[in-house]
Write a protein that binds this ligand. Sequence first.
Ligand SMILES: NC(=O)c1ccc[n+]([C@@H]2O[C@H](COP(=O)([O-])OP(=O)(O)OC[C@H]3O[C@@H](n4cnc5c(N)ncnc54)[C@H](OP(=O)(O)O)[C@@H]3O)[C@@H](O)[C@H]2O)c1
Length: 255
Amino acid sequence: MTTGFIGTGTITAAIIRGLAAAGWTDPIVVSPRNAELSAALAAEHGFVEVARDNQEVVDRSTLVFIAVRPQVFDEAMAPLSFGNAAAVASLVPTISLDRLREVTGPGPALSRAVPLPFVEQLTGPTPIYPPGAACVPLFEKLGRAIVVEQEAQMDVLLAASGTMGSFFLLQAAIVDWMAAQGLDPTLARLYAGELVSGLALSAQIRPNQSFETLMDEFSTRGGLNEQLRKSLEQAGLRQHVGEGLTALLHRVQQG
Ligand SMILES: NC(=O)c1ccc[n+]([C@@H]2O[C@H](COP(=O)([O-])OP(=O)(O)OC[C@H]3O[C@@H](n4cnc5c(N)ncnc54)[C@H](OP(=O)(O)O)[C@@H]3O)[C@@H](O)[C@H]2O)c1
């Protein structure tokens, strides 16, 4: 079974390097653009081959990933014939399955997936629609496949992925504050990194525990954690995050 990629950029490289780390050996064929990166991936991994053009990727692959930027989607897809492709998975977040169907025709089974660059480290969530999509087993090797039953739910997950920068903002605020108190910045960063990864793990291993319970458990009554949490809540943190995410959702829905 051959897997193909049209658009050999950041996310294609992360997926292929992640698959290699997971022990993947099945053939992968990539489109020749970006020339430097596609050649590098073929040199790194014996199972990767660079196709002559995008049509060769489609013709040789059982599962074809579309991984071009939204601006070049129409131009890249227009000349292609998907007559014989079994499955096509789009990684282009703004392209609906209806739009994808217009370019592929009735033949292939279609899906959408939105991986994050840290699939290269075999971690992180990949939203996928619809259930049973051909790309699910591949993304299960690269972290956690989050399969949704309605296409609109992809937009909600996509909006939520817009919190990544803010996550680092919070960490930066903690580290910068510690450094401003005179702590060695390397030590401050090490402390904050271990703190947030331990907290993330604590929530992950107890999926049935509400965040309210976790907040209580990690905030001694009258203690330091309760004090800061209450002041952030009073300052409207929760509401601000909710409003910001709603704005992102509207943006995602508008395409
Ligand atoms: N990066 C992420 O974390 C991420 C995560 C999930 C989804 N995505 C989505 O995945 C898509 C690709 O993202 P990316 O970050 O990998 O972008 P990227 O690094 O810019 O890669 C896109 C590649 O497409 C190539 N390309 C342009 N026109 C082409 C054509 N007609 N035929 C074949 N290839 C063509 C470009 O080659 P040239 O350099 O030669 O122009 C470029 O190497 C986007 O829609 C993005 O929104 C990205």
